[in-house]
Design a binder for this molecule. Structure first.
Ligand SMILES: [Zn+2]
Length: 608
């Protein structure tokens, strides 16, 4: 296929007459005007019929390459037979042109396709900068890529008690591990179903889609914001207790910086880019900022290992439109990101070990089951087999192992932890990665004992995975366990921990007095002072997943004993207020606390 790419101020066309091979079109396709367009004049050729799929892929790769450099508003695909003297059949041509159109659409570009097989008049105004006129020949040859060839695929094993097993034959005791394996090996059939957390995040007034932003960007309501903040506090405490130092760095970077450009290219196409006078990229993780800070710091071997931590509110990834869903896959997300500088591989292995414990702890604290994938290059695996087996042993259950024939990314070894959602798909959460490239690329150095400057090894770690995915996992878990227990969040994350239900008007003052007492003891409490029946108030507390609910009537006014409805066990327990406080404090010990940022009285609440 031949293509001619013109970056134009505008393209204007009008259909005149049909040829015999003209495609049927609606009236609105008979003419068009597209401003700031990358116009792709195309001629599909005879040999393209051998592998139309490949031609579509290669053409899209070329178009995307130019698209990212010139940043047009539209891409216009214009059939233009005059570019070749060896044309394909009209059917093949239409198939390929439509294929290119839909592929670009999937990438969320504004794409227009000018009708095939019509005589047209057109006017195009070329911008005239150096990249505004380019021609390319697209063949079925795969674009030269550094990726491994098909013959060198990763090998997968189940590692159980220091033995490697074939994943296809392994006797799985854990359904979750089996699901993870099926997914990783590409053997899980996709369903278009929406995971249940999407409905829950809306129903519980935590978060919702924001139609006025790009897809995959959410608005958060006060309860959701509170949970996010508590989780942010949680990770902050965890990493700083383990010695990390918090920093904050910019969200956008200049691609003119060689190190940043190369690191960004490793990540591929899924980036937000902006072209003003500079070519800028929105960060997809905190790596860039951390590396720049570390590169400008004076480090000696005595400082190491040293960790810098940032919670990226936000990081950005241009995920495919069709894949963006709820809290699981977003274009704007919040990632806790720890970067640890280690003097050499040995020190990085020691650190890796500690960071795995951190990741495991988050699973325990959130009561989320993680399944584990341990990945390494073949070289690393051969050299560090013992160590890898030891690390796997710490997980205490069989794990999936991927051995890569050679290094494709900046890491040589990584461990990924995934929760499994209601539909049986992994939610990738914590990760630890050993990076052997970035130290050198970003000019990070330390001075060793003999006064030499050395490039360190860097570990990337997110001990929880993105905050959104943690909430996703917690909500999905309630759906998975619906038949076993009442859905709820852990008490330390529940926006309302105790709800007081005064039966009548005359019990409200008493309820407010108790509420103040609980508040003073750092317990999130509210009072349902609305004029509903007790039955309805109890049902509403249930819908809000409130862990402890107290009905207050004449009996309670007269005695010290309170009847407490415990959501997690469905019990009704009589206890004093002090007993209740103690119970909640024990349940939430070591977990962060924040006050409830909502009116105490439910009658004053806004319905978001
Ligand atoms: Zn990183």
């Amino acid at each position: 296929m031949r293509i001619l790419l013109i970056h134009s101020d505008y393209l204007k066309y009008k259909t005149r007459n049909k040829t015999k091979i003209a495609e049927k079109i609606e009236d609105n396709k008979k003419q068009g005007l597209f401003e700031n367009s990358l116009v792709v004049f195309t001629a599909v050729e005879k040999e393209d019929g051998a592998d139309p799929q490949r031609i579509v892929e290669n053409a899209v790769a070329e178009i995307m390459d130019i698209y990212q450099k010139v940043d047009p508003d539209n891409v216009v695909i214009y059939p233009y037979a005059h570019l070749s003297s060896s044309l394909s059949s009209p059917d093949v041509a239409k198939k390929i042109l439509k294929g290119i159109e839909s592929k670009l659409n999937e990438m969320d570009l504004q794409v227009e396709r000018v009708p095939f097989g019509w005589y047209k008049s057109f006017e195009v105004s070329c911008k005239g900068h150096p990249l505004s006129e380019l021609s390319r020949t697209i063949t079925v040859e795969k674009k030269e890529e550094k990726k491994t060839t098909d013959g060198e695929k990763s090998k997968f094993f189940i590692l159980d008690k220091e033995e490697l097993h074939d994943p296809e034959k392994f006797q799985y005791e854990s359904g979750d591990l089996r699901k993870l394996v099926l997914y990783e090996l590409g053997k899980m059939e996709s369903t278009g179903d929406e995971p249940p957390h999407v409905k829950l995040m809306r129903e519980k007034k935590l978060a919702d889609y924001e139609p006025s932003a790009d897809v995959g960007h959410l608005r958060w309501y006060p309860k959701g914001r509170l949970i996010r903040d508590l989780l942010a506090d949680y990770v902050y405490n965890l990493v700083t207790e383990n010695g990390a130092m918090p920093v904050e760095t910019p969200i956008m970077y200049d691609l003119a910086d060689e190190a940043i450009r190369v690191h960004a290219e490793k990540f591929g196409e899924r980036q937000y880019r902006m072209h003003n006078k500079k070519e800028l990229m929105l960060r997809y993780a905190c790596c860039f900022g951390a590396f720049r800070v570390l590169a400008d710091s004076f480090l000696t071997w005595k400082n190491l290992p040293i960790g810098v931590y940032e919670l990226s509110t936000y990081s950005f990834r241009m995920e495919k439109k069709g894949e963006v869903v709820g809290l699981k896959r977003l274009r704007g997300f919040t990632m806790p990101d720890l970067h640890t500088v280690c003097r050499d591989i040995d020190q990085s292995l020691e650190e890796f070990d500690k960071q795995i414990l951190m990741c495991q702890k988050t699973g325990e604290d959130f009561q989320i089951n993680y399944e584990v994938i341990f990945r390494a290059t073949e070289d690393f695996f051969e050299e560090n087999k013992e160590w890898m087996f030891d690390e796997a042993k710490r997980i205490g259950k069989p794990i999936l192992m991927e051995i890569l024939p050679e290094r494709k990314h900046y890491w040589i070894c990584k461990m990924d932890f995934a929760a499994i959602d209601y539909l049986g798909r992994p939610i990738e959460n914590p990760t630890v990665q050993i990076d052997v490239e970035s130290g050198e690329r970003f000019g990070i150095t330390y001075i060793d004992e003999s006064d030499e400057e050395i490039n360190p090894i860097i570990i990337h770690c997110s001990p929880t995975g993105s905050i959104e995915r943690v909430i996703c996992s917690l909500l999905e878990k309630t759906a998975v366990e619906l038949n076993e227990k009442p859905p709820m969040l852990p008490t330390w994350l529940s926006p309302t921990q105790v709800r007081l239900l005064p039966i009548a008007e005359r019990h409200i003052d008493y309820a407010l007095k108790l509420a103040q007492d609980l508040k003073n003891s750092k317990i999130r409490v509210d009072v349902d002072d609305r004029q509903d029946t007790v039955g309805k108030k109890i049902r509403n507390a249930g819908k809000d997943w409130v862990p402890y609910v107290l009905v207050l009537g004449d009996n309670e006014l007269e005695s010290n004993d309170l009847m407490v409805n415990v959501r997690s066990t469905k019990e009704k327990i009589s206890m004093s207020l002090d007993d209740l406080k103690e119970r909640i404090h024990i349940e939430t010990v070591h977990m962060p606390y924040r006050a409830l940022p909502l009116p105490l009285k439910l009658s004053k609440r806004v319905n978001f």
